[in-house]
Design a protein around this ligand. Sequence first.
Ligand code: ATP
Ligand code: MG
Length: 412
Amino acid sequence: MKAEILAVGTELLMGQIANTNAQYISNRLPEEGVGVFYHSVVGDNPLRLKECLKIASNRADIIIMTGGLGPTLDDLTKETVSEFVGRKLVLHEESKNKIEEYFKRINRPMVDSNIKQAYLPEGSIVIENKRGTAPGCIIEEEGKILIMLPGPPSEMKPMFEDTVMPYFKEKSEFKIVSEILRIFGIGESAMEAMILDLIEKQTNPTIAPYAKEGEVTLRVTAKVNKDDNAVEILNQTINEIRKRLGDSLYSVGDKNLEQVVGELLISKNISIAIAESCTGGLVSSRLTDIPGISAVFNRGIVTYSNEAKQECLGVSVGKLEKFGAVSKETAIEMAAGVRKVSKTDIGVSITGIAGPGGGTAEKPVGLVYIALADENEVIYKELRLSGDRSRIRNMTALNVFDMIRRHISGRK
Ligand code: ATP
Ligand code: MG
């Protein structure tokens, strides 16, 4: 079943509001096996609305409209649709009673135009509106389905969930389910090469890669029969991908890298302290986004200057002078130092050149050292990042979280 979402409202065309209704509906419909093929937007104008209805009914089986169901003069969706399908508008008593009750309850006089909202195209399925006065409706006409919902998202969403989704569930024989896989530590093209045969198969489920700054994700989508166990079908593919990508696959679902790390630290009860230079507290800040992190996060210290690195972390003057602030030696001392002063299970450090200035031929912008100290050892990693200051800092933070994740995921 092909669907088109037709949003009605001049405000949308003028750019005063964004078409979040279309986004919401598009995100939800595939679950019930309905694919959205078109989005369109039209102003509060009956002629143009009719044109849109003509186009939509030629290319889609389902037209879902939002907006223009209210009591005012510019609200003309229902009138236009009923002309388009050649049905009369008839009074829906139940809706009329509800509107009357509503005005009694809020103690305001009701004007005739409010009753206009209780008129619906003859023979339609009425969608009750519990949050407002304008009901919606579903019209089945010559194999096509036309649905009208009010514009305000606070009314549209519950009506959509309570009536439209169950309506399609009943109708559809299959559903579309998907899951997001998150990957860190291998680039998009390397990852693609590792699972190319799976992507190229493009059967059911399908696999589609996406890349965002520093993050690589895969969306696995399956079209399954309504009564099939969708989780099982998706998991077969997900497990095959996991086999190929190993522990670079850090999460299945919505959780981002820092959430995964935060939850690992909490569940394993591993205490942590962080010493940051070029990231200026970014890593600590992201860690504190995780609810409950106070159980394990002892402190984050921003040691920007050499003196701070010496005074707060005990980095030796000799090392700083010999190797410089941006060096693996300094990073290692910072990690061990912050662990020691904080008496935590692990200490993490970051020192680098975020640019745009400060780079040399030997130590260019984007050179960053990160280190992690525990009771047995200090490990470090040299990063050579590209991009502007904000990208370098963001990529550093992601690499730090990934280092922590890999280090602690094997721990009991
Ligand atoms: P009302 O009874 O409130 O007049 P209505 O069904 O007539 O509802 P509109 O008048 O078209 O709907 O829009 C009312 C409000 O709903 C808009 O001002 C806007 O805030 C919101 N809205 C309308 N369409 C959309 C949309 N496509 N996406 C997000 N919000 C929308
Ligand atoms: Mg309106």
